[in-house]
Design a protein around this ligand. Structure first.
Ligand code: SAM
Length: 258
């Protein structure tokens, strides 16, 4: 990693870790997605993949009486979530662990619900869907969000931004095909509304960036990183009609032999 890249990483996390969430999403969308999981047991066993600092993990702990294992590969995010779990007295049923979702050390067919907001694409959507299929008990649900293109030929800056983060990003139809090809029944899907991008994500991000511009007023390299990070919410203001975040709820079919 060259010096600018390591500075970028340092400031990227200084911005992102302080946010309530590290991607779009909100409580209303979580309630709507949970509502599509109609045959969950009373206290489901839940796995939250790519949980970040756990904005949605803590909401799931409020919205269900289930047990939750939350996994992320970034140790500092897990430390923050562990502190929040302890502070809220949730340690008996919520556990946050550092791990790689491509190599989950959990028993197969042990979860009633796998939740993942804005994270599955990191290991390739189809690969992630296969991992989730194996970890869900037959009849278990997968609720996840993923970015999709809404229109062809986006402006070059938008294409470049997504190419950097998620080069295999497809259309809604591509994701639906992947879900079905990987052996799931699609229960439903809906696009996240604009407030789910702003309330807990881009809004706090812009405030945090403004704050850090003061801290780094005499540090041109840090200011250049902050300029770069501020492009994403600005891009969303101008071009959000080209892409969307979609909540998908899918179900592993109940084995006909059961
Ligand atoms: N779910 C959180 C949210 O919506 O606020 C975080 C979403 S953030 C866009 C994606 C998360 O995936 C990051 O926290 C990142 O550390 C995590 N991640 C990336 N690759 C991962 C992997 N292979 N295993 C586990 N977590 C991973």
């Amino acid at each position: 990693m060259n010096e600018f890249n390591s500075r970028f990483r340092e400031i990227f996390f200084e911005v992102y870790e302080s946010l309530p969430r590290q991607g779009p999403g909100n409580r209303e969308c979580a309630i709507r997605a949970l509502g599509l999981c109609q045959e969950l047991p009373q206290s489901p066993a839940i796995l939250d993949l790519g949980c970040g600092v756990g904005g949605q993990t803590l909401q799931l702990a409020e919205l269900t009486s289930g047990s939750i294992v939350a996994i992320d590969s970034h140790p500092e995010s897990i430390e923050r979530l562990q502190a929040a779990i302890a502070k809220r007295g949730l340690s008996r049923r919520v556990r946050a662990v550092v791990g790689d979702m491509a190599r989950i050390e959990q028993p197969l067919e042990s979860f009633d619900l796998i939740w993942s907001e804005g994270a599955l694409y990191n290991i390739g959507l189809r690969n992630a869907l296969n991992v989730c299929h194996g970890l869900l008990r037959p009849g278990g649900y997968l609720a996840f969000t993923d970015a999709v293109w809404r229109k062809k030929n986006p402006p070059a800056a938008v294409q470049a931004s997504f190419d950097l983060d998620d080069p295999s990003m497809g259309s809604l139809d591509d994701d639906v095909a992947a879900i079905q090809d990987c052996g799931f029944d699609l229960i439903g899907h809906f696009a996240l509304p604009d407030e789910a991008w702003w309330d807990d994500f881009y809004g706090p991000m812009e405030l945090r960036i403004a704050d850090l511009r003061g801290k780094y007023a005499n540090d041109p390299e840090a200011l250049a990183v902050l300029d770069q990070l501020s492009e994403e919410p600005e891009m969303h203001r101008r071009y959000s009609d080209f892409y969307a975040y979609v909540f998908f709820v899918a179900r592993r079919p109940i084995d006909p032999r059961d």
